[in-house]
Write a protein that binds this ligand. Structure first.
Ligand code: FRU
Length: 469
């Protein structure tokens, strides 16, 4: 592919061809960020899942690599994670050449066996050549199915308890997250379950991730991400999170209301990179920029789906509670090409890849992207809510309900900055360094050629952006 088809993302990751969903197995290793992903190499809709593979040195430019893990007699390869087993605890490598270990779900329902529900198990593959080629573990599966239909998406984290390192697996089990522990990645013991009564249960729980984050006052907290489909705040798929504590066995939280990592319709199944060096200290996230409501019918043919921009996650205080901010990683600034000066309320757009940093006045505001073909995308604030209106943003009729206005409650949050990242078929909006994020797909048939600003200060910043492909 030349990465220049209609709607092809120009600075987001998308596979060269065919179907992609969740990001998988993200691990930093020897200077490279590995990104694996749910991939069906034979079609542009979902099917027998493989792990596709790409790497990046800077989280911006990506190099596509051959399929890393393919289905075998135990099933298709569903979502999961990867870690560097630096002490060779698994014995799958050597002390001199420790293995990268991938833990994924085998989905073995190929024949649709009537009545059977025990078809999801967890398996292991390992790489001794820095992630290029992967060997399956001969003792698979490492975690058998206990008789539960939804039993998947293992995310493994290295946890230090009383100075001792151990592996903890978070697993999505229908409507709860189960935690398992292991000393060698091969034998797993059930520790606890997490499913508070007030959480969002509109759909099945998927793709958990458990990781530590420092609170603004320096306390170590733990964050648990849980994707849910359907049941998102604006319909279909979305990711809720919990801020709390983890003692190596049990996750607890004082939280009492649902919190969403991204309020838009198009950020799902996202998780964080493992093995990011302590010296870096960042928690880096990427999500699948789509929604199961319409992912398989969006108007692209050569490929389907892209990832969000990589985002750094951090904790902030607001109203005596801790919240997770998600902001584009600083490397994203390398995409900036020309700085554009925008003065006044009407801005001619000469580039379709754009970043804006807008300063609203007090009160409501709106930024309206439009072109001479009547395609209109509006981002704004109204009645203490942020909204993206994509009703007439371009092609929408491929799926009922796509032509929507999505909203996010602000709960009195004062907005200092509205940062907008516009690519050929997506818009990502970040309020106050990611205190609130909203991601939406849009399919304008022609680039937006004008931006109308209402309710902003006179001088605002903007950049045209470089393409990465
Ligand atoms: C989430 C998900 C996962 C599963 C994968 C299958 O989007 O449904 O739960 O492992 O996709 O492709």
């Amino acid at each position: 592919s030349d990465y220049n088809e209609p709607f092809r993302p120009q600075y987001h990751f998308s596979p060269p061809a065919n179907w992609m969903n969740d990001p998988n197995g993200m691990v930093f290793h020897k200077g490279e960020y590995h990104l694996f992903y749910q991939y069906y190499p034979d079609s542009n809709v979902w099917g027998p899942m493989h792990w596709g593979h790409a790497t990046s040195k800077n989280l911006i430019e990506w190099k596509n690599l051959p399929v890393a893990i393919a289905p075998d007699s135990l099933g298709w390869i569903f979502s999961g994670s990867a870690v560097l087993d630096s002490e060779n605890s698994s014995g799958l490598g050597t002390a001199e050449n420790p293995p990268l270990v991938a833990i994924y779900t085998y989905h073995n329902n190929v024949k649709g066996d009537a009545g059977r529900i025990d078809f999801q198990t967890q398996g292991i593959a390992y790489s001794l050549d820095d992630g290029v080629s992967w060997e399956k573990f001969s003792g698979n599966p490492v975690l058998a199915n206990p008789g539960i239909r939804d039993f998947r998406d293992p995310k493994v984290t290295k946890v230090e308890v009383d100075g001792k390192a151990m592996w903890v697996m978070s697993l999505a089990v229908k409507d709860k997250i189960s935690f398992y522990s292991s000393s060698n990645l091969l034998e797993w013991e059930h520790e606890s379950d997490f499913n508070p009564a007030w959480a969002a249960y509109g759909g099945v729980w998927e793709c958990p991730d458990l990781f530590p984050l420092q609170s603004p006052n320096g306390e170590q907290k733990w964050v648990l991400l849980v994707s849910i489909n359907p049941g998102g705040p604006n319909g279909g798929s979305a990711t809720q999170y919990f801020v709390g504590d983890f003692d190596g066995e049990t996750f607890t939280t004082n939280q009492e209301e649902v919190k969403w990592l991204d309020h838009g319709t198009d950020n799902y199944a996202g998780v964080t990179w493992s093995n990011v060096p302590d010296a870096d200290g960042r928690t880096i996230f990427i999500g699948w920029m789509s929604n199961w409501d319409y992912a398989q019918v969006v108007p692209t043919e050569v490929w389907r789906s892209a990832m969000t921009l990589p985002r750094e996650l951090s904790l902030y205080d607001e109203g005596e509670e801790l919240w997770v901010a998600s902001n584009p990683v600083k490397e994203v600034e390398q995409l900036r090409d020309e700085a554009l000066t925008i003065e006044g309320e009407e801005v001619a757009l000469e580039n379709e890849l754009l970043e804006f940093s807008l300063k609203p006045k007090a009160g409501d505001f709106s930024g309206t992207f439009e072109n001479e073909f009547g395609e209109i995308l509006v981002i704004g604030k109204r009645e203490d809510a942020l909204f993206i209106d994509r009703t007439n943003s371009g092609l929408t009729n491929f799926k009922e309900g796509f032509a929507s206005v999505m909203t996010a409650p602000l709960n009195g949050l004062e907005i200092n900055e509205v940062r907008i990242m516009l690519d050929r078929s997506s818009v990502e909006v970040f309020i106050n360094d990611g205190a609130l994020a909203m991601t939406a797909l849009v399919f304008p048939e022609h680039p937006y050629s004008k931006l109308l600003l209402n309710g902003f200060e006179k001088e605002n910043k903007a950049y045209s952006l470089k393409k990465i492909w």
